[in-house]
Design a protein around this ligand. Structure first.
Ligand SMILES: [Zn+2]
Length: 66
C-alpha cells in the first residue's frame, strides 16, 4: 500500500472539502494543501480517498506533532 496520496486522490479530497482546511477552515491552495490520513498510515489506515482529509500544512504539522 502506498503511503502518499496520488495527484488524483488529492484533487478529490480538495474538491470534497470545498477547498477548505477541514480543521481550521482556511482556504486551501496548491501551496498550503496537505492530504492527511484520518486513520494514520502507521495504524494500517488505507491511502484511499475515504480515509483522507484535506488540511492546510499548519494543521497537518500540528497534528503530527502529537
Ligand atoms: Zn488548517
Amino acid at each position: 500500500m502506498r503511503r502518499c496520496f496520488s495527484k488524483t486522490q488529492k484533487l478529490l479530497l480538495l474538491r470534497r472539502a470545498g477547498y477548505r482546511c477541514q480543521i481550521c477552515g482556511i482556504q486551501l491552495t496548491p501551496d498550503n494543501f496537505a492530504a492527511d490520513h484520518r486513520i494514520p498510515y502507521s495504524k494500517q489506515g488505507a491511502t484511499e480517498v475515504w480515509n483522507g482529509q484535506a488540511l492546510c500544512q499548519a494543521c497537518n504539522a500540528r497534528k503530527s506533532d502529537r
